[in-house]
Every structure is written in structure tokens, then in C-alpha cells.
Write a protein that binds this ligand. Structure first.
Ligand SMILES: C[S@@+](CC[C@H](N)C(=O)[O-])C[C@H]1O[C@@H](n2cnc3c(N)ncnc32)[C@H](O)[C@@H]1O
Length: 199
């Protein structure tokens, strides 16, 4: 059994290797609660939708230590795409950078230490996928700052739509009424995920 520290040494300068990267991602599950990571079932959905859309540009709001980013990155290694991911907390951002190195995906992940509300207006689209997973009361702001930067056929995903519906009520109303998108919900995890397809 190889421990996480030895794995990091083995992987940090190694080229991308999918089984090893998946093993690292799995090792991150032990800190899932502390890092507020998505459930693996939602991560597997990110992998699937990124692959199916042949996504080249993915934007994530709320990196934490990079667990959900890792799922996108696994798929983007296949599609030849890149991930931009935004995190406001310096410690979690620093840990995410180490995880991206360990997974062999640092070359395709642009991890930015920033306030998303400041950074989003500066980002140019189009994106294939936007994933929202930061401060719940700000979901409507993140949505309004990104919806016009998603290409037709692309998708805006948002996490915790079941277990944190209260603080994001305005967002949930908007994505179900906005004629620019068609929204459905995935309730495989207890957190829940909204899926808004851009028309
Ligand atoms: C639920 S966690 C993200 C979990 C991550 N997506 C995963 O599944 O591994 C939310 C993160 O959003 C970050 N965050 C909150 N408000 C933010 C903002 N305005 N800009 C950037 N990051 C923010 C928090 O610091 C926290 O690390």
C-alpha cells in the first residue's frame, strides 16, 4: 500500500497516468467533509458530461482543494481541454495546487487565488461548462456573470441545490424561468446538482 506522501513524490514529476491520477483522487476522499468536496457520484457525472460535450474550456467557481476539479481534469485530459478554477481561500488553493501536481494535471489546470465575484467579469467566454460550487447566497450573481459566456449546447452546473436550496432560492427560481436555459436536476447525491443546458 503506497501512502499519499510517497504517491506525491512518485507522481509529481511523472507524466499523466489515468489509473494513478484516479488513485490520487480516491485518496482525497478521506478529507471530503473538511474540504466540502462533492460526492463521487457527482464527480462521475462531471467526467461524463465533459467527455460527452468534448469540452475544451471548463470554468469552476469554488476549487476548495481540487476534488471536483480533479474529475473535470481527468476528462479534459481526454478531450484536450483546460480548466480554470477559482478559490478565495489561500490554504485550500495551495493544497489544490499540490493535488493537481500529484494527479499530473497541473498543465491543464489554471487555478486562480481570487474572489470569483471580481474575477468573473474579467474572464472571456465561450465556455463549454461552468460549475458553481462556492458561497451559496451568491449563486445568482455567479450565474448572471457567466450565463452569457456559455456556448449554445453547453451547460451550467450548480452544486447543493437539494441540501442548501434555502440560501440559493433566487438562483433556483432564475434557472427554472430563464428562457436562455433548460434546467433539470440530478439527485443522485444528497447535495443535489442543477443542470442548466444553454439554448
Ligand atoms: C463547497 S467548497 C468547493 C468544493 C469543491 N468544488 C469540491 O467539490 O472539491 C466551496 C469553496 O468556495 C470557496 N469560495 C467561497 N466564496 C468564494 C468566492 N467569492 N470566490 C472564490 N471562491 C469562493 C470557498 O473558500 C470554498 O473553498
Amino acid at each position: 500500500m503506497v501512502g499519499p506522501s510517497l504517491l506525491l513524490v512518485l507522481l509529481s514529476s511523472a507524466p499523466f497516468n489515468e489509473p494513478a491520477a484516479r488513485a490520487w483522487l480516491e485518496s482525497m476522499r478521506k478529507d471530503a467533509r473538511r474540504n466540502m468536496s462533492v460526492d463521487p457520484v457527482d464527480g462521475a457525472y462531471f467526467y461524463k458530461v465533459t467527455t460527452e460535450l468534448k469540452a475544451k474550456r471548463v470554468l469552476e467557481i469554488g476549487t476548495s482543494t481540487g476534488y471536483s476539479s480533479g474529475w473535470f481534469a481527468l476528462a479534459l485530459k481526454k478531450t484536450g481541454g483546460k480548466l480554470i478554477t477559482l478559490e478565495i481561500d489561500p490554504d485550500r488553493h495551495a493544497e489544490a495546487l499540490k493535488n493537481f501536481e500529484a494527479m499530473g494535471v497541473a498543465d491543464i489546470v489554471d487555478a486562480r487565488l481570487c474572489n470569483a465575484l471580481v474575477e468573473l467579469p474579467r474572464l472571456e467566454g465561450p465556455f463549454d461548462i461552468v460549475f458553481i460550487d462556492a458561497w451559496k447566497p451568491d449563486y445568482l450573481k455567479y450565474y448572471e456573470l457567466t450565463v452569457n459566456k456559455v456556448r449554445p449546447g453547453g451547460v451550467i452546473l450548480a452544486h447543493n441545490t437539494t441540501n442548501a436550496a434555502g440560501p440559493m432560492r433566487s438562483f433556483l427560481e432564475r434557472i427554472q424561468k430563464d428562457p436562455a436555459v433548460r434546467t433539470e436536476f440530478l439527485q443522485e447525491s444528497i447535495q443535489g446538482l442543477s443542470i442548466s443546458w444553454k439554448k
